[in-house]
Design a protein around this ligand. Structure first.
Ligand SMILES: CC(C)(COP(=O)(O)OP(=O)(O)OC[C@H]1O[C@@H](n2cnc3c(N)ncnc32)[C@H](O)[C@@H]1OP(=O)(O)O)[C@@H](O)C(=O)NCCC(=O)NCCS
Length: 341
């Protein structure tokens, strides 16, 4: 199959580039639906635009175009993501081939193209993801294995039913009190007054949560980066809820959790990062901040039905907190890694 690889942008509203961007994102959605069914987590166009505007990551979008029945069609979509502030040896790649055009070398061509771009950007390690429902399989695994990638970490996708009145979520939404600490909640993302402590907690998130065999290193976080992340969330059409634990002795924030709700489809909300600083673990703060956030979610979005999160298979303490809250595993995600020669 003869293909051309062309750059895509989601930021140009002119009809032709906008149509190409939509066709490109539809291939990602079709490929995800083919594996995950309707219960998938493909990015929306609003999220694609927000990501492309990021100043801490470079997102390059590419389409493989071929002539199909006399007309040009996008048969594969690819993305190259480069961290710009830290982890400068890494390149995250994503390749999706339309289910009707597989096993004809299109995926290989697209992967070669993004690999060459990663090499040109002096990146030495590629990272890619696969995902499949419990008991299912992902075509990407054979493909990545064939191209020299190895599994670096396995994550479990865990879902919690948050429907008001559901058995799993409980009915009283009680936030357990912990002597010496107070839990605070913001229903509109990270408060300005929290930013400095939150930057420290976010940095520790990158060093204190398990990364399996992945070569992920400490991330550089400051208040400016947190503000930029807050803006990306807003542009993605999401609202963020945060709960933190403040240590009364020092006045500092020592734990946080964040969840996000896509306002266009608030039935499915996403549990993002949670961290309790090592020296403050063992007091139930992880469960307390999560319970506070759940209460805020259910107040603001009573139509939310599911809260979804991903946890490393080896992260026993986090899995235990989530299991006690009622989370159940619905899918598996694997991070694959390849060192470039
Ligand atoms: C993975 C994917 C990109 C492959 O696209 P493709 O165009 O069919 O891939 P290619 O034709 O270039 O396949 C190259 C080789 O990869 C391996 N491969 C591809 N699909 C495979 C499958 N379903 N099972 C096992 N091996 C597979 C084979 O060795 C294949 O060579 P062969 O066809 O001569 O046996 C496509 O199935 C897809 O979009 N999947 C969903 C998204 C995804 O998982 N992406 C991978 C993470 S970046």
């Amino acid at each position: 199959m003869t293909i051309r690889i062309v750059p895509v942008t989601t930021l140009d509203p002119a009809p032709e580039p906008a149509a190409l961007a939509r066709a490109w994102n539809e291939v990602f959605v079709a490929a995800t639906v083919a594996t995950m069914g309707d219960d998938h987590d493909a990015w929306s166009m609003a999220s694609r635009r927000a990501r492309e505007s990021s100043t801490t990551w470079s997102h390059r979008y590419l389409a493989a175009v071929a002539e199909v029945d006399g007309a040009d069609r996008v048969v594969a979509a690819a993305e190259l993501m480069l961290p710009l502030r830290d982890n400068l040896e890494l390149a995250m790649v994503d390749v999706a081939v339309d289910p009707d055009h597989r096993r004809r070398g299109v995926g290989t061509r697209a992967l070669e193209h993004v690999t060459n771009l990663a090499v040109a950007a002096a990146r030495t390690t590629l990272v890619a993801e696969t995902a499949y429902p419990n008991g299912g399989l992902d075509h990407g695994e054979g493909f990545l294995d064939r191209h020299g990638f190895r599994v670096g970490q396995t994550m479990l996708r865990n879902d919690l039913s948050v429907e008001v009145g559901s058995v799993e979520a409980g009915s009283d939404d009680e936030v357990p009190a912990t002597p010496g600490y107070v839990v605070e909640t913001s229903t509109d993302d990270t408060l300005d007054a929290w930013l400095e402590d939150r930057a420290h907690l976010q940095r520790r998130m990158s060093t204190d949560s398990p990364v399996g065999d992945l070569e992920f290193h400490e991330e550089e976080w400051d208040t400016a980066r947190l503000r930029a992340q807050r803006e990306t969330t807003r542009q993605s059409g999401r609202r963020a809820f945060e709960s933190v634990a403040r240590h009364l002795g020092s006045g500092r924030l020592v734990a946080f959790t964040q969840l996000q709700v896509p306002t266009a489809e608030p039935v499915l909300a996403y549990q993002q990062d949670t961290l309790v600083l090592r020296e403050h673990r063992g007091h139930g703060l992880g469960a307390a901040v999560k319970a506070a956030n759940l209460r805020a979610l259910r107040t603001a979005f009573p139509q939310a039905r599911t809260l979804r999160t991903w946890n490393a298979e080896e992260n026993g303490p986090m899995l235990a907190v989530n299991e006690a809250l009622g989370y159940r595993t619905t899918a598996v995600l694997r991070e694959w890694q390849k060192r470039l020669a």
